[in-house]
Design a binder for this molecule. Structure first.
Ligand code: ZN
Ligand code: ZN
Length: 340
């Protein structure tokens, strides 16, 4: 049996590099991808932390933000060929449940996450269902193609609102998703973009990106006063990427404005004055994973509409994955790309 090196989550606190069998086609709608690059996600940091902040299935190879070339395919796969370069939606959906039939595959009742529920892409090869694979041009650098998945999630959130030139927006949380959202807001014509962050490394990084009108540290500055003063009435849109800032989000929003809640923090509980939403006529929207936004995300990186590559701080081989995870956990990197 042929083996390959893979980064496997064994159990709480144990994440190891070890030899595992090379995946084979097991169903006629699958493809095998030779992985070119796989990005470490904040979720991977949560899974490998002690205690874990996110639960993965023990024995699973991690890694869900990747690109690569198809080297084998099942008999039923007609829309992809051997040699095609692809990215993948890691959240494989069933296509048959009540939500899939409502065109909400991101809410599928049988959703399975690559690199969390089944073997992912921190390995030389990875097996996926062909329906979640999307072709991408050879011209896109591998480290950028590996970021299409988080970009597709960011696009899904922005699809829920209608940004127009001259609009103002606040982004709370400048991790990779927050920065991608900032870039998309700018590309969509928002003229005032306020980015909130408390970690110095990220504050400096987002300032250098040049997408923010102003970067605010809400621990050191009065974010609400600044936003009110600079916009006059509050922001048109507020996007919380932390998963815990619903209350300040509502505070920062103008009457008739919109709050989008992106981030996931399962422990967060908000005590909010409901009448503020009512009397200010604020729309509060949730957004989850990616829904039909992979083609858009692929197009954005192929057209270079935003500079996704600017977020890549490290590229390292699989052998150094522990180092990459540690850098991210310590807040000393933005996007770390592993090249198996
Ligand atoms: Zn991710
Ligand atoms: Zn389904």
């Amino acid at each position: 049996m042929e083996v390959m090196k893979a980064a496997v989550f064994e159990r709480e606190g144990s994440f190891v590099l070890k030899d595992v069998p090379v995946p084979q086609i097991e169903a006629e709608d699958q493809v095998i991808v030779e992985v070119e690059a796989c990005s470490i996600c904040g979720t991977d940091v949560h899974i490998t932390a002690t205690p874990p902040g996110y639960i993965a299935t023990p024995g699973t190879t991690l890694g869900h933000e990747f690109c690569g070339h198809i080297i084998a395919k099942g008999a039923a796969v007609k829309h992809l060929n051997i040699g095609d370069r692809v990215v993948a939606n890691p959240n494989n959906y069933c296509g048959n449940c009540v939500y899939c039939r409502k065109n909400l595959p991101n809410e599928c009742e049988h959703i399975e996450a690559l690199g969390i529920d089944y073997d992912g892409a921190f390995a030389k090869y990875c097996r996926i269902n062909s329906k979640v694979a999307y072709k991408i041009s050879e011209d896109v650098p591998a480290e950028v193609a590996a970021c299409v998945e988080p970009l597709a999630c960011a696009v899904n959130g922005l699809n829920k609102i209608n940004i127009k030139p001259s609009d103002s927006a606040v982004v709370i949380g400048c991790g990779p998703i927050g920065m991608l959202i900032g870039m998309l807001l700018k590309a969509s014509g928002a003229s005032k973009i306020y980015m909130l962050e408390t970690v110095d490394y990220r504050i400096d990084f987002v300032k250098k990106l040049g997408i923010a009108t102003r970067v605010i540290n809400p621990i050191k500055e009065d974010a609400k006063a600044i936003i009110l003063e600079e916009t006059g009435i509050g922001a048109d849109f507020v996007l919380d990427v932390t998963g815990s800032q619903a209350v300040p989000s509502i505070d920062f929003t103008r009457k008739g404005g919109t709050v989008v809640l992106f981030g996931v923090n399962k422990r967060a509980r908000a005590e909010l004055a409901q009448c503020e939403i009512t009397t200010k006529e604020i729309s509060v929207l949730g957004t989850w994973l990616a829904n039909a936004t992979f083609p858009k995300a692929v197009s954005i990186v192929e057209q270079k509409a935003i500079d996704v590559g600017a977020l890549v701080t490290d590229v390292m081989p699989l052998d150094l994955i522990h180092e990459g995870l540690e850098k991210l956990a310590k807040g000393q990197a933005v996007k770390v790309i592993i090249t198996p």
